[in-house]
Design a binder for this molecule. Sequence first.
Ligand SMILES: [Fe+2]
Length: 169
Amino acid sequence: MIYREILRWAVGQMTLGRHSIHGPCHWMQVWRNGRRIAKATPGADPCVVALFALFHDCRRVREGRDPDHGRRAADAIGQIRLTLLSDLEERQFDLLLHALVSHNDGQVSDDPTIGACWDADRLDLPRVGIRVSPALLSTAAARVIVQSGSRGPAVRLSRSPAPRPGPAR
Ligand SMILES: [Fe+2]
């Protein structure tokens, strides 16, 4: 998976400016959160979580309420299913679609990958002044992060083909 190219594609989908509160800085924080959560959550797929981070807000058209933005993101990635996302197995792609479509519906999930995706996003709510509610987290790992108050290392986009979840620091 070539994340640098995928990021470039996602940025190209944006209609909000690059400095949007839902823009690439937020995506990187969601990826950072997701790596930590996936590493500590048995069964969570770090590749799907990384892709969710890069795509989930790329088709927002407004900063506030925008209930269809997850659906728009899911529709958009169909354009790159056979190119940038050709390495994804069908099961991974289906998980990614589900995570995108429903991520702004205020749900929790028993699926470790879906839960890791949604929790990674919710852990970044304090950037807009919203306190994270443990009742709206799906994974034990995210609840531990909230309780510890730690944020973890930044994700760097290197030329290496497949960034893997690093140690939770
Ligand atoms: Fe988000």
